[in-house]
Ligand binder design. Structure first.
Ligand code: 9D3
Length: 263
């Protein structure tokens, strides 16, 4: 897969690609990442990439022409058709289903805004979709693009080690992860759950599934629909609610309802 990032700070993206899973995917030839600066396609001594908004108001708007020339160079760098995504607070919020969809593309172009945004006519002419990474304010699209690059890179075939296998991840099966423990068994902060030392792999798998269900129900009720859970999962969730952890999380009277979520 090839990803091109259009940004006024293309070095930022190169840094992101240098280490970790993304770096390894690059070394293994699974992903190539390229940064492009619209300023390199701006005219005149000042190489302007932005101007004041028509209608007034604060901030600056990115000009059509440097971005259009830059995107043209990006498209000409490789004949494969590219999916062009504008990273923007107005976009659809990214989720793992969208990450899987983007990871299957041969070519992805991520357009990062700075300032107040990009001239709407450029977006209408050149952009296939707008994506946000969540409801908080960033200073530009670069960190959001880095999030997409990371999430997409680790889904490339061969990018992960066995130990990092994506299949068991939170969100891949729609549930949060179970808790993890390592040595020492006895610590002043408390013991390790006995089941994990039992050596009984079926019991351990059942306990982990129960923990995942309980935590998801408690922390992210938006991710779980009890009505459509398989009967075995529903039974495990009821068992979790009746366990000390479940009872503690559910002060009297609220049984059956997860607590109100913050925000
Ligand atoms: C304070 C500026 N805002 C005026 C109402 C608008 C605004 C413009 C540009 C807010 C943020 C940004 C820069 N953000 C992004 O480019 C961005 C982003 C984000 O801020 N949050 C979540 N996802 C994304 S994707 C791109």
């Amino acid at each position: 897969m090839r990803i091109d990032v259009v940004s006024l700070f293309p070095d930022f993206i190169a840094q992101c690609a240098a280490f970790g899973v993304v770096g390894r995917a690059g070394e293994r030839g699974l992903l190539s990442l390229h940064g492009w600066n619209p300023r390199d396609h701006a005219e005149g001594n000042y190489r302007r990439v932005d101007d004041r908004p028509f209608g007034g108001g604060p901030g600056m708007v990115m000009l059509i022409d440097p971005l259009r020339a830059c995107l043209r160079a990006v498209r000409e760098a490789d004949p494969a058709p590219a999916r062009v995504v504008y990273m923007s607070p107005q976009g659809r919020p990214l989720d793992q289903a969208k990450v899987r969809e983007l990871a299957a593309c041969e070519r992805l172009v991520l357009l990062c805004g700075r300032y107040e945004g990009v001239d709407e006519r450029l977006l209408q002419a050149e952009v296939d979709e707008e994506l946000s990474i969540g409801d908080y304010v960033l200073s530009g699209g670069e960190l959001a693009a880095a999030v997409v690059v990371d999430a997409v890179a680790r889904l490339q075939d061969g990018a992960l080690n066995d130990a990092e296998s994506a299949v068991q991840d939170s969100f891949e099966d729609g549930l949060l992860d179970c808790p993890h423990y390592t040595r020492p068994v006895d610590h002043e902060l408390g013991p390790v759950p006995e089941v994990l030392m039992s050596g009984n792999h079926a019991r351990i798998a059942r306990w982990r599934r129960m923990q995942s269900l309980g935590r998801t129900w408690l922390r992210r009720p938006d991710l779980i629909d009890e009505a459509t859970l398989p009967a075995a999962d529903r039974a495990l969730l009821e068992e979790w609610k009746a366990s000390p952890e479940g009872v503690q999380a559910l002060p009297d009277g609220r049984a059956g309802e997860p607590p109100e979520q913050a925000g």
